[in-house]
Design a protein around this ligand. Structure first.
Ligand SMILES: [Zn+2]
Length: 199
């Protein structure tokens, strides 16, 4: 009698019964590009500046509404901020050391060896100024831009070995809306996360 053929070996999975994979978790921002002063066409530093002599604190700002905000690129906006600070206000250079664009990139501002002009008078001593391009009074930056803010701040804290309670919003120094209510709230939560990580 012929032996009935029996299927052997691994059984092919019935793909129709495989449940759909859950959506992957959001990917955090893991890198950003640095846009150098040469790339955005910065004008040179003028003589009326003080040396930084080390960085021991960080202050976060927003640029608030800028002329041409909806039509101009980050590069043009950063150049506009420098023009306003340097040529209209008469400062040595753009006031901030870094700006974080809506494109998620980081724009090089005033040299790190030079004291900034962003927190008011003596508050600028040893104070790294970082400004986020946009108005964050009511809304946060979009996910890409905020991802860079988070990563860049964490990197700076580590780079200069700055304790998280030396990270400020502009309004901690003087009465101002800056860095916007929404971003200031986010900053408080970021500081809590950093403190939890450090402990
Ligand atoms: Zn500010």
């Amino acid at each position: 009698m012929p032996v009935p053929r029996v299927a052997c070996g691994p059984v092919a999975p019935d793909v129709t019964r495989v449940p759909a994979a859950p959506a992957p978790p959001p990917v955090p921002q893991l890198k950003y590009e640095i846009v150098t002063r040469a790339l955005w066409g910065a004008e040179p530093l003028k003589d009326n500046h003080d040396p930084m002599n080390g960085i021991t604190k960080i202050t976060l700002h927003h640029t608030a509404e800028l002329p041409g905000m909806t039509t101009r690129s980050d590069l043009e906006l950063v150049k506009g901020v420098q023009n306003f600070h340097r040529n209209e206000r008469g400062w040595a250079d753009i006031g901030y050391h870094w700006l974080i664009g809506r494109d998620g990139n980081v724009y090089e501002g005033r040299a790190l060896e030079v004291q900034g002009a962003h927190a008011g008078g003596g508050n600028n001593k040893n104070n790294l100024g970082i400004s986020v391009v946009g108005d964050f009074t009511k809304e946060l930056p979009d996910r890409k831009q905020l991802g860079t803010v988070e990563l860049f701040l964490a990197v700076q804290l580590r780079r200069y070995d700055i304790p998280v309670d030396e990270l400020y919003g502009h309004r901690d120094w003087k009465p101002t809306e800056c860095p916007g209510g929404a971003l200031y709230e986010w900053l408080a939560a970021f500081k809590k996360r950093q403190a939890a990580r450090a402990s």
